[in-house]
Every structure is written in C-alpha cells, then in structure tokens.
Design a protein around this ligand. Sequence first.
Ligand code: CA
Length: 524
Amino acid sequence: MIRRLFTSLILLTSAALAAPKGPPNIIFLFCDDLSTQAISAYGEKRKLLETPGMDRIAREGIRFDRCLVTNSICGPMRAVIQTGKYSHANGFYNNSNSRFDSMQQTFPKLLQKAGYTNAVIGKWHLMTDPVGYHYWNVLPGQGAYYNPAMIDNGKQVKQTGYATDIITDLGIQWLKNRDKTKPFMLMLQHKAPHREWEPALRHLGHDKDRVYEEPETLFDAFEGRSKAVSDHDMGIERTMTDRDLKLAAPAGLNEDQLKYWNEYYEPRNARYREANLTGRELVKWRYQRYMHDYTACVKGVDENIQRTLDFLDKEGLAENTVLILSSDQGFFLGEHGWFDKRWIFEESLRTPFLVRWPGVSKPGSTNGKIVSLLDLAQTFLDIAGQPQPGDMQGRSLVPLFKGETPADWRKSFYYHYYEFPVPHRVRPHYGVITDRYKLVHYYTPDVDGWDLLDRQKDPLEVKNFYSDPAYADTVKELKTELTRLQTEVHETIPPPRFTHGNAPFEGEPVQPKKGKGKGKKKAE
Ligand code: CA
C-alpha cells in the first residue's frame, strides 16, 4: 500500500514536471514619463526615491541600462510598441493631431490569432479605440489622476479614487476573471507620473520636506549648442504653471479630498508667497516642489507594482509569466533646467526597462546594449513562439533575456522627433546614436544645423563637438551611418510636408500661449 502510494506520488511529481507549461503569459507594466533617475535600482546619485517594487523586478530579473525610444513622446511611442515600426511607418507622428490607424498590423492582433487572451487597462492615448484586445478599459486621452472617468470596452464609467490604484485594481480583477484556458497578455498602463504630477493624497508629504539635490545642469545656459536647444518652452523657469506647482488646486477632487489637499499645500504655499522669490531662488523652489510631486506619483506606482507582484505570487502566476516594466520615454527631472521629454538627450531618450522571466532571465543581471521599445512587438511574438513579420523594424530581445546577446547586435540607433511648435517648442530633429556619440540634425529652416554630443567626454551633454576639427572623421562616419539607418527604415528626408496630420514647421504661426495656471493644453 505504502509502496503503491509512493509510486503514484513519483508518477504525479514527474507528470507535473513534464507537464508542458504552455506559452508564457506576458504582463507589460507601463508608466507614462517615468524616468530612470527616479528608480532606485538605476542608482542615480541624487537618490530621489526608494522604489522597492521596481527594485524587486530588477533583483529577480534583468536591468537594461540603455533602452531607447524612437520619438520621445507619449502617443507615438505607444504606436511604435503596438506595431514594431517607427512613427513614419505606422503614421502616428505626434500627440497634437495624429490618430492611430487601428486597421494596421499590430502585435496584439497577432497574439490573439495565436490563441492569447489580451487586455489593455489604463492609459492608451492613441485617439482610436484599442483593437486586438478581448478586454479594454482605458482613460480617455490623458485621463485624470483623481476620480477619473474610464472607457470600459466602449462605455464611459466614472471611477472613484486615485488613477494608479484603480488601474491596478482593474488589472487584478481582469487577471482573476480571465479565460484561464488561454495564455494571456496584459498591458497595465499607468497614467503616473505624467504632468501635472498629482500624487495620491496619502503621499502628500511623503518626503518629510527633505531637500532634493539639484542636477548639475539645472542652470544650463545652452552655450555652444543649436539655437533649437535654447529656444524651448519646457523650462522649470519659463514654462511651469501654477497648476504644475500646486499653487492652484487640481481638478476632480471632491470636497473632503480638496480639504486634505489644501491642508498639505496651503501652509507651504503661504510661506512661498511670503518669500517673494525671484531668479535662481525661484527656480530652486520650483525644482523642490516638482521633485516632491513627481516622486510622490512614482511612489504610488511603486506601491501598486508591489501589490501586482504580490498578487502574481499568491495566484501562482509569477512563474510562467514574462514581466516587463517600462515607460513610454524618460523625463527631465531638472536637467538642463527642464521638465518634459522630446529631446535626443539621454534623460528623455533612455527609458526604464526591467524584465523578469523566471527560469530564463538571470536574477540580478544587467545589460548595457542598445535596445528599444521598437523591439517589443517582435519580442512579444517571439516569447509566444510566433513568427515575426518581416515589415517590423525592431529585433526580438528574447536572446538578450536569456543572457545571449547576438554578436551582430545593433551598435547604432535611429531617432526622429517631429512635434512642433506646440506644446513645448521643441524643433523636429533626427539623429544617430551610438554607445558614445549622438549626431543630431535640427532641420527646420530657421535653425538648420548639426550638433555632435560625446557622452564619454561630456556625460552631461552640455557641449557641441560638431565643429571641432578633432572630430571631423567621426562626423563623417556618423553621417554615413545615419544615411544607412534612414535607408534601412525607409524614411524620406526631409519628411514629406504633412499629409499625415503632422504639426507645422517653422514659418507657420506659433499658437499663442494660454494663460499661466489655467490647466493645460490637450496635447502632450
Ligand atoms: Ca509620456
């Protein structure tokens, strides 16, 4: 009897071991404007925040140190992820007036055909409804932080609470109720920490009024670089509104919530008004307020990531699930005196990328190769064991997840930003990026010219080496490489003048600025 029991136990165990796990599940934890500087696993020297949830993913998986975007703004990068194609190839160039053509090939549609059940929850921002998902529940446009409306498979529903918590709740609920006969792909997409950086009320004062270290380039004078760089409208000094700075109350709070909000901000705002700051002192104050609010929003994301990870553990879902944490781009946290993104400069070009694939990725490892959100569509298809369509323009990251970087992995990368002049007066530019250099062309007629950045000599990217004779050969080589990449991705230069709903170039009237402190424009 005992012997028989023992034999059955062995049989059971080996059956369990031999049982095919099936294609892995995929969870894509996505943030909006989350920069590596605010994630403790990336070890930025300012130590802005501890992020134990994100750090756990890094500890149990791989931290990619140079994940780049192709066009550093929200909608365009989401379109790149869906399609595995550059903006000029998927038709979504900017946030101002592009609409995603949902009839085109996307990776969720292909996963659906392969038998996956898919969901997207949270921020979508592609202007047309999601296609390729069994379930979608998304914020309209940018969405609100407090008590947001959401669109549940086409029907608008008013939610109560804080966006980051709500999106996590909806994700967990979907995971509980999903079709368990199929592998799943869940895109859980937070709005945070997007402007205007409105924290959960429980995180007001989370930093106990600490003083944040300033970035070395907070007062960058932009010497030696293109006029395109200095003629911006995204500075802490010149662009931040009262609402950004919490000198005006946010929308969407109920009476009790507003009271709580005022109890935190009003005494501090009163002290600020009394001080009557100007010049550098004003910028310094604004930077501190910005850091409090931004890091509080990231703290909200991090708590919810911990909650998501705990749920996966509890449900036994952690093991056969590839979990990726990323953001649609990086963000300036005071570097060059800026907030926002858009530029080919490192802070907005580079985005966080953490991957946990139990049994496949080596815990606690790092990878410094140039990878991109452009690679995600092919990566997801490869994870699912599906073929990668030949017209996608990235490359599967699965070998890198396994710790086997192919010898012919890319050594250069192509970047192109288009949106101008609103909302932040960042001129269109394209460029080639290598481990060491960036060669950038600002090509609107008023500033037509090149900048060369050398990250080895000038990690802060405050110098332009383009006209330095010592770099003549480098410039020549990089120009050749840039042309090669533009040919490879089939982009016509200069880009055609705009049949795709793109923003106007210089020479067209610049839209007048709205009054300060009145909330913000739609596009960002
Ligand atoms: Ca964004």
